[in-house]
Design a protein around this ligand. Structure first.
Ligand SMILES: Cc1cc2nc3c(=O)[nH]c(=O)nc-3n(C[C@H](O)[C@H](O)[C@H](O)COP(=O)(O)OP(=O)(O)OC[C@H]3O[C@@H](n4cnc5c(N)ncnc54)[C@H](O)[C@@H]3O)c2cc1C
Length: 414
């Protein structure tokens, strides 16, 4: 049974958005009773730090970069909590360490900049990102690969307008040494979280209360903040009675793309450069991005997105490891095979209460982020990365939407 059977506020989901909403409400209205209902056995959602082995360091299986770090709310929270911000430049930022600096790599990056310029200047009707690629462009495969890292999906599926609106805030991108997941769960510390409590239905027939059917019993609440991912909402894992078809429609047109991370142990770390980036291929969209010894840890982190991430997830960790070895042998020489062993491969598409990595908009659907974020009847509030019009797909975007929903809720409950 959920410990309280009647509360003022129930928050569904203890990811970045739910934690932000909970902390805001408890700060400004400590008199309200509140509970966070989390379906899984841990706090953090897509923010998840693992310590796979002694000496391996904190490894982020989900979000890792504090994008737009200077105005990212989590940067300030990390400092408040006494965590350590690492200022090493991200590989895509000015001054970031990359292994390939040859003419091909420079030409590919120029082509990518031109692609982003085409996206920025696109006017008229929304269309798929693939349609703004130069016909027969020499670096189109590379742009496809980077597009998949950004959206988690193929360029043919995602909206130009949505990417135009993406603005994580002023850079650079930093990391937190103890892990982004550790940061989100530390911030959740004071909140009353009920783990392994999945909300299955929200009844909102009655004027004076909401009824929440959960796997651990029935709960009454005056207001609720729903932060489940768009894939969870789209397949109606949480049923609304009466139904809210506009929310289900918005969520289904803002699906989660997929990105997965592979962690490999490095036998002799000193043999490899420190916190350096290498791309598996500039000529094939089915490629991984590799961070060598991130934060100095004896690890190589592979990043795969879109169709390739789905295929590798279906194939399992050993397939992903073999794929990485082939790519890294080409990039770093055949000896690398003797240096690396498999630690872990994420499987975000199969996470039962998440179902993917971050949301993208299908062409024509970017405005639906606002539809998803709008509250219903002054008592069912929505938050989560997909509700952000410019910081979607990020953990600080999720935070912002959580705080925005909390502010609305407090206003309406008063
Ligand atoms: C591989 C990967 C790399 C990433 N890299 C970055 C990065 O570098 N920087 C960045 O900013 N972002 C990154 N992201 C994205 C970022 O992690 C997410 O945007 C953010 O964490 C989403 O937070 P959220 O609160 O919206 O959703 P979630 O984290 O999904 O939280 C929702 C919570 O709701 C719970 N839930 C679902 N259904 C129910 C239910 N019925 N009842 C109760 N609880 C339920 C879920 O279990 C989950 O804990 C990455 C994500 C992945 C997967």
């Amino acid at each position: 049974m959920v410990t309280e059977t009647e509360v003022d506020v129930a928050i569904i989901g203890a990811g970045a958005a739910g934690v932000a909403a909970g902390r805001h409400i408890t700060a400004v209205r400590p008199d309200l009773s509140l509970v966070v209902l989390e379906a899984s056995a841990r706090v953090g959602g897509r923010a998840r730090t693992e310590h796979f082995d002694a000496g391996m360091g904190a490894l982020d299986v989900g979000c890792g970069w504090l994008h737009g770090a200077r105005t990212n709310a989590w940067t300030a929270i990390a400092r408040q909590l006494g965590l350590t911000i690492d200022h090493t430049r991200a590989p895509w930022d000015e001054g970031g360490r990359k292994l390939e600096t040859n003419a091909d790599a420079r030409a590919a990056i120029r082509a990518l900049d031109e692609f982003f310029e085409r996206v920025r200047s696109h006017e008229g009707t929304d269309t798929a990102l693939s349609s703004v690629l130069p016909a027969g462009g020499r670096w189109n495969e590379y742009i496809h690969a980077v597009g998949a890292f950004i959206t988690g999906a193929g360029l043919q599926w995602s909206s130009v307008f949505d990417l135009q609106r993406y603005d994580p805030g002023p850079g650079p991108d930093w990391r937190v040494r103890e892990g982004y997941g550790a940061l989100v769960s530390a911030y959740a510390g004071p909140l009353p979280v009920e783990l392994q409590t999945a909300v299955e239905r929200i009844d909102h027939f009655a004027a004076d209360h909401l009824g929440l059917s959960t796997t651990k019993g029935y709960l009454l609440a005056k207001a609720v903040v729903v932060t489940a991912s768009t894939n969870v909402l789209a397949c109606e894992r949480i049923a609304f009675r009466p139904p809210l078809p506009e929310k289900i429609d918005a969520a289904s047109r803002l699906p989660l793309g997929l990105a997965n991370k592979l962690f490999m142990k490095v036998e002799t770390p000193d043999a490899l450069p420190f916190d350096t980036h290498v791309l598996g291929s500039y000529r094939d969209r089915r490629t991984g991005a590799y961070q060598i010894r991130p934060l100095g840890n004896p690890v190589v982190e592979g990043y795969y997105a879109g169709d390739l991430a789905h295929d590798l997830e279906r194939g399992g960790p050993e397939d992903a490891f073999q794929f990485a070895l082939e790519e890294l042998k080409r990039a770093l020489g055949s000896d690398i095979g003797r240096q690396l062993s498999l630690i872990s491969f994420s499987a975000w598409a199969s996470e039962p209460h998440i179902g993917g990595s971050y949301s993208y908009a299908i062409p024509g659907a970017s405005d639906l982020r606002k539809t998803l974020a709008a509250h219903h009847d002054n008592r069912i509030f929505f938050a989560g990365e997909a509700c952000s019009t410019d910081r979607y797909s990020t953990a600080h975007g999720a935070y912002d939407t959580g705080v925005a929903a909390a502010k609305e809720l407090v206003k309406n409950l008063a």
